[in-house]
Design a protein around this ligand. Structure first.
Ligand SMILES: [Zn+2]
Ligand SMILES: [Zn+2]
Length: 820
């Protein structure tokens, strides 16, 4: 109900589906009739179309539509979208406008259509006019789109002139954002500028009836980009068919760095255990799951059990990595996704990738971003050789320059609704709307996002343009990628921010950078509390300005009291919030060290729950030495480097640590993910009993918040453990109990505040079991439940929420200013 179904505008469109309307009909005949009609019937209209209408075959589509309706006039790109003038009989003009929306090309998105009457000029014929490059740019730029069915057919057809040509594309598919320097989107503004089309390609490009009419990256073997193969030291490998030679190497277990659409992938045969292990060792990436690309939907069904919604998601033009249940008989090496029952699977989206699977020598390929641990993905040939020479055995290079780094997007389905977990290729830079209820066009804004999984956002008017996933802002390389992408997006959209929104955390690099940047430019700074931004983002995606009950279930975020928040029940409006309840504070001994060593979190939580953590039984449970426990215990008692946290993510870590016996993790939230994983076949509902954390009301008149206490829950967990209850059962009961604890808080918040909408946000919403339990049970309680769709619920979505909050605050101050 509140979630967005697949196919709604905003980037979830399917590759096929809406294509059939394009076939030329016999309207040329109708068009010729027009000249016989008396001119008195003719009307002329100007039609302005706003949205993603450049680089998606919109002009040729309009050209064909005008032909079919027998209309004269012209169309051109302008900086706001496309501008059309049409002349002909009134009913034909009406039909034309109606068909614009109904039959638009698959990659187009129409945000607004404006129509105005003009005086007929009596002109004949319909023309496409050259692009206008002056003025403010506010049209959307298209996202990169997967190879369409027509192009794929040509790619595999030995009689086609583009047979096995790795860069074929058309107006319905191909790279866009990653090859574009600025808009309007025309070939000279892209990295295709250096390739001059051969006569055959030029003829297609110039022919309004051709699928490649004005397809800016149009190319063929004669005139376009090419591929070649290099060995690890950069020397050329001589071969007639570099793609086939690359596949030979993959089939023998070699690691090949393959240049793609948004960067290089490191690729290896996903069925080859030794090869995958070697990749992990060379990449210094041990536990974190690796994504797997397979040939097509049938192959995906062979490695994962897929629901209909997951199958649809896999086939969207954005081609995200989809997290799905791995099959027992998948044939995928265990080390691809160790210790978890899911696999991140995706389908080829570039012709080059389709060719990798064409011979059938490899069935599934690990395709992981080519970088060392948390560095940005490599895009440049020289950069790749320098950075990946120690990892890859060979390089499959090409000479179509990538102008924007863009990782693969990651998505999952929760109760039938697609949810984006990492927003990058295929979605960026499509705008996400701000609520119309703001009644306000946002001034140009920059929201810098958070710290981990950073993405910034630029806002203007009714739209927020989020950057691609940039990774962690922990080092210079991360900050450089941030600045490079910001420059690019500001230039692309010609947005000069007039205010800067940021997180409240004083230690975030993004906060420090924002303060400095705003100071240099004399711009106002708007600090937005981390969990307010999470919930506001979820509300704004659903067009809601408030109020709503926000469940911000998260890793860590800086609170207004200086503690680390993350298990929050907020009463939210876009322009402000109150904290209604929170998980009880527990110490986090060692601060960030407790994220990497969840046993520390368990110790902190058990201490707070009143257990004697130095007892033999607990020391054993923690898998620790008595001496190290003593050290941490002293840290907690003296309050040294033991910040207090109400984070649900950290509670998950703590419980996972004792239930799974996991002391350390290789990546953030690994223990929590494994805890969700072992429960995967357990039923959702249990007699939860003492697993439900207790809600303790705020003291009357104290102004403090209610607290969700976990002492009894811990007691229940340990009793079950010691009684020998299977870990998977404890994990399932814990999920159910936690969900019920927050639902109780939401019920109380509704009684006190009369609010029925609940927005679910925060990094813990990537836990699909928790998300499912919350959603189904809240709906049973009669709540209206909002969950993210186009924006990540985790920190990757933070900047969208920050932008929504900043816009709301500016709108409010503007309105109150006008009232004065
Ligand atoms: Zn195509
Ligand atoms: Zn050509």
């Amino acid at each position: 109900m509140s979630s967005r179904p697949i196919g709604r505008k905003g980037g979830w469109g399917t590759a096929e589906g809406r294509n059939s309307a394009h076939a030329l009909c016999l309207s040329a005949v109708r068009g010729s009739c027009l000249t016989n009609k008396p001119h008195a019937e003719r009307r002329r209209r100007e039609v302005l179309v706003r949205g993603v209408v450049q680089g998606v075959g919109f002009r040729p589509f309009v050209y064909r539509l005008a032909q079919e309706e027998g209309l004269a006039g012209s169309i051109g790109n302008d900086t706001d979208g496309v501008s059309i003038e049409v002349e002909g009989p009134e009913e034909r003009l009406d039909a034309f406008v109606a068909r614009l929306r109904a039959e638009m090309p698959p990659l187009a998105r129409i945000d607004a259509v404006g129509v105005r009457a003009l005086t007929p000029t009596g002109e004949a014929g319909f023309r496409i006019v050259a692009s206008e490059t002056l003025g403010r740019v506010s049209t959307g730029i298209p996202a990169d789109a997967a190879t369409c069915a027509d192009c794929l057919r040509e790619l595999m057809d030995p009689s086609d002139r583009r047979y096995r040509y790795p860069f074929l594309n058309c107006t319905n598919c191909g790279p866009r954002y990653t090859i574009t320097r600025r808009i309007p989107y025309d070939r000279p503004q892209t990295s295709m500028a250096r390739f001059t089309m051969c006569p055959a390609c030029q003829a297609e490009y110039d022919d309004p009836t051709n699928r490649r009419f004005h397809a800016q990256p149009n190319a063929c073997r004669v005139c376009g980009p090419r591929v070649w193969l290099l060995s690890a030291d950069g020397s050329a490998i001589s071969t007639d068919d570099p793609v086939a030679a690359c596949v030979e190497r993959l089939a023998t277990g070699e690691i090949v760095a393959i240049k793609g659409i948004g960067g290089f992938h490191l690729s290896v045969d996903a069925a080859n255990e030794a090869a995958v292990t070697r990749l992990r060792e060379r990449k210094h990436r041990y536990g974190k799951p690796l994504a797997v690309m397979v040939r097509d939907l049938d192959a995906a069904r062979g490695v994962c059990t897929l629901t209909a919604a997951e199958e649809a998601l896999l086939q969207t033009t954005a081609r995200p990595i989809v997290l799905a249940r791995k099959r027992e008989d998948s044939g995928i090496a265990e080390s691809v996704a160790p210790g978890i029952p899911w696999l991140g699977v995706f389908l080829p989206y570039a012709p080059l990738q389709h060719l990798l699977f064409a011979s059938g020598q490899v069935k599934a390929l690990v395709m992981t971003s080519a970088n060392l641990s948390e560095e940005p993905i490599a895009i440049d040939n020289g950069e790749a050789l320098a950075r990946l020479g120690q990892i890859a055995d060979a390089f499959l290079m090409h000479d179509r320059e990538i102008l924007q780094r863009c990782d693969d997007s990651v998505a999952a389905v929760v109760e039938g609704a697609p949810q984006l977990l990492r927003r990058a290729r295929g979605f960026v830079p499509l705008g996400v709307e701000l609520p119309a209820a703001l009644g306000f066009d946002a001034p140009p804004l920059l929201a810098v996002g958070g710290h981990l999984k950073n993405a910034f956002a630029l806002a203007r008017g009714r739209f927020v343009y989020q950057s691609q996933h940039l990774g962690d802002l922990e080092n210079l390389a991360g900050l450089e990628f941030f600045k490079e992408s910001l420059d690019h997006l500001m230039r692309t959209f010609e947005i000069e921010p007039q205010a800067v929104a940021h997180d409240l955390h004083p230690g975030y690099l993004s906060t420090a950078w924002a303060s400095e940047w705003a100071r240099e430019r004399g711009l106002p700074l708007i600090g937005v509390q981390h969990h307010h931004a999470h919930v506001a983002g979820c509300m704004a995606e659903h067009g809601l300005t408030g109020p709503a009950i926000g469940l911000a279930l998260d890793g860590t975020g800086y609170g207004t009291d200086g503690h680390i928040w993350g298990g929050e029940v907020l009463i939210c409006r876009l322009d402000g919030f109150e904290r209604f309840a929170h998980l009880e504070y527990v110490p986090m001994p060692g601060g960030d060290a407790a994220v990497k060593e969840p046993w520390r979190m368990a110790l902190g939580a058990l201490h707070a729950a009143g257990f004697d953590v130095e007892s033999e039984q607990i020391v054993k449970l923690l898998g620790a030495q008595a001496s190290e426990v003593r050290v941490l215990q002293r840290m907690i008692e003296r309050g040294i480097n033991a910040p207090m946290t109400s984070s649900l993510g950290r509670l998950f870590d703590a419980v996972a640590s004792v239930v799974l016996g996991r002391r350390m993790v290789d990546y953030e939230a690994q223990a929590a993910i494994e805890l969700e994983g072992i429960a995967v076949d357990e039923p959702d509902r249990f007699e939860q009993g003492d697993y439900v954390p207790e809600l303790h009301e705020a003291d009357e008149g104290s102004g403090s918040e209610a607290v969700i206490r976990t002492g009894k829950m811990w007691k229940a967990v340990l009793e079950d453990l010691w009684r020998g209850v299977p870990a998977r059962r404890i994990a399932a009961r814990f999920h159910t109990g936690i969900a019920e604890g927050f639902i109780n808080a939401a019920v109380n918040a509704r009684i006190e505040n009369g609010i029925n909408a609940v927005a679910l946000s925060g990094g813990c919403m990537a836990n699909r079991r928790l998300a499912r339990l919350l959603r189904t049970r809240l709906e049973e309680e009669g709540f209206e439940v909002l969950q993210h769709a186009q924006v990540s619920p985790g920190d990757g979505g933070l900047s969208y929420g920050q932008a929504a909050v900043a816009a709301a605050m500016l709108s409010k101050s503007k309105l109150s200013g006008e009232a004065d």
